[in-house]
Design a protein around this ligand. Structure first.
Ligand code: FAD
Length: 533
């Protein structure tokens, strides 16, 4: 197979144009191009002209001759192997089955890869199956009723299930594990384009059915997924994990446990800390969600190409380094989506964003967050949780203590006065917003950094600091406030057999990177079992 990179074509080209461009680029006869596939497609907007840039893999007559002819051209190479290869297979008899705690993207991919290698994992998930969980999640959004064990954070599929389903990441991935994650998602029903477009997303509804299909595959390979099974204790013997206790009092023996808890398992973090599992505070970010009309973002980002079906609803990425030393940046931007209630604890308000595959809702939303670090919340590994909780409880009160979120128009926020009514941008947060002054919702340094950043962002995206844009608070669950530190072998620094993984352990930030981390720990665990014989 041969690969060519940076093949550029106009936005509106046809399939034949693509084949013709390949043939012309290589200077071959059309009949010599036997087949081709798009490995990656991105857009390029240099000098005001929007074009598509391709990486193409192909079968072509006289491949060796072409490679020799293009040996000095970095855009022509032999196609690298990006397929996944299992690192080992389970022994015929397994003394004890590995256990995976948590069935978000990290636990899901860990369990799937373990099952595919023959390890028959047991998965323990505190929340419910995804369909039942959907009902509970809507209970908060539509009826102001929170189920602390079944919500946006907890349940089958984990935190990313009700999301925009963005599937890209900036992690280093020399073994192409991200491609294994995407390939499994496509097998489970995701659109094939996620394998080749530069910034794929799948939206909420598809994620729900994909998660069910992946669960079915794990079960068909001998794995087991047990729902409403909250892990409440660890049995550690001589520095090695030997088992777990569940909320119903039952116990499970296990010598290998993957902890894929997500960033909201605060009670479990507290238990791990009490048991002496090594962990440390780490930086994260806090802020608000901001909403604008999507059409405004499209016009600024796409110009005359706004509305083009290949481009879809536009996203953006912004960062400002404020004079007080804080970075203010856009986080988890959801084009054409809605702001969602994302608390997992009673009496607290947390925002996040989601969208459907079509990204057709009228507002663009994004987290607008400010970096914070452990010096802002001294007090040890769990201090970040206390800091988050204080902000979330205060937001609940500012919102009127009904799970409505406190909200303010950007113009009023900049002018330092409370908002009293909606402007031209209708907030999408369910169960509703309470107009107020957000000045006390975050620490002063965060508020002043945001007040400085918004007009700067308005210079990059004209209208970003428009008076009627809506701020909704508070966005506190941007990543884990702690790290459950692991060694080179991916096991806990001081409890062998315990593999902290994914976002909650501080080793991922997003669906794709959590899935990749799940595969990495599954491989490490599998190799450890094989090594022990
Ligand atoms: P999680 O997905 O949080 O899964 C952890 C699981 O562990 C949960 O199901 C939980 O119930 C379970 N658990 C916790 N404690 C216990 C216990 N004691 N016993 C048993 N089970 C337990 N990322 C993106 O890349 N793209 C997006 O578009 C995107 N949008 C998002 C939108 C929303 C609304 C939210 C909340 C998050 C979004 N994210 C997005 C972030 C993404 O969801 C997370 O980064 C990702 O889910 C982390 O995966 P994880 O498996 O590490 O943890």
């Amino acid at each position: 197979m041969l690969r060519i990179t940076e093949l550029k074509l106009p936005l509106d080209h046809s399939e034949q144009d693509l084949a013709a461009a390949i043939v012309a680029f290589l200077g071959i006869k059309p009949a010599d191009l036997k087949s081709y596939t798009v490995f990656k497609r991105s857009y390029d907007a240099r000098r005001g002209v929007m074009s598509l840039a391709y990486i193409i893999d192909m079968e072509v007559e006289g491949e060796a001759r072409l490679l020799a002819r293009f040996k000095d051209d970095i855009h022509v190479l032999a196609t690298p192997d990006t397929s996944y290869h299992f690192v080992t297979q389970a022994p015929v008899t397994l003394a004890k089955r590995p256990v995976v705690v948590g069935f978000g993207p990290c636990g899901l991919l860990a369990a799937l890869v373990l099952a595919q290698m023959g390890f028959k994992p047991i998965v323990l998930e505190r929340g419910k199956k995804v369909r039942e969980r959907t009902k509970d999640t809507w209970g908060l959004w539509r009826k102001n009723v929170l189920n602390p064990e079944s919500n946006v954070q907890f349940g089958e599929g984990g935190a990313g299930t009700f999301s925009d389903g963005k599937l890209y990441s900036q992690i280093k991935d020399p073994r192409h594990l991200g491609r294994k994650v995407l390939t499994e998602f496509v097998k489970a029903g995701a659109p094939e384009e996620i394998l080749f477009i530069a910034k794929p997303h799948i939206g909420t509804f598809r994620l729900v059915s994909m998660v069910e299909k992946m669960r079915a595959e794990i079960e068909s390979l001998g794995g087991e997924i047990r729902f409403q099974q909250r892990v409440t204790d660890l049995h550690i013997d001589n520095g090695h994990i030997r088992g777990l206790t569940l909320a119903d009092g039952s116990q499970i023996e296990a010598d290998q446990v993957i902890l894929a808890l997500g960033h909201s398992a605060r009670d479990t973090f507290e238990m791990l800390h009490q048991r002496g599992v090594f962990m440390e505070a780490k930086p994260f970010s806090v802020g608000f969600r901001i909403e604008h009309p999507q059409t405004m973002i499209d016009k600024v980002r796409w110009g005359k190409y706004a509305g083009h079906p290949i481009l879809g609803a536009a996203d953006y990425k912004l960062v400002h380094h404020a004079s007080n030393g804080r970075a203010v940046y856009s986080f988890c931007m959801c084009p054409g989506g809605q702001v969602v209630a994302a608390t997992s604890e009673e009496g607290r308000v947390v925002t996040n964003g989601m969208s459907q595959y079509s990204r057709a809702e009228r507002n663009a939303n994004s987290g607008l967050v400010v970096s914070i670090n452990p010096e802002d919340y001294p007090g040890g590994a769990l201090a970040g949780i206390a800091f988050q909780r204080a902000l979330e409880s205060h937001a609940y009160v500012l919102g009127g203590s009904t799970y409505e979120a406190p909200a303010q128009l950007v113009g009023d926020f900049l002018a330092g006065r409370a908002s009293t009514a909606v402007g031209s941008v209708e907030p999408s947060y369910q169960p509703g917003v309470h107009w107020t002054d957000l000045a006390t919702a975050l620490p002063d340094f965060a508020i002043s950094a945001m007040r400085e950043a918004l007009p700067e962002f308005g210079k990059k995206i004209r209208g970003y600091d428009m008076h009627d844009a809506v701020l909704t608070g508070v966005e506190t669950r941007t990543s884990s406030p702690l790290r459950i530190t692991r060694g080179e072998d991916l096991q806990s620094l001081n409890v062998k057999g315990l593999y902290p993984a994914g976002e909650g352990a501080g080793y991922a930030g997003g669906i794709l990177s959590a899935g990749v981390d799940g595969i990495r720990v599954a491989e490490a665990l599998a190799l450890e079992i094989t090594r022990q014989g």
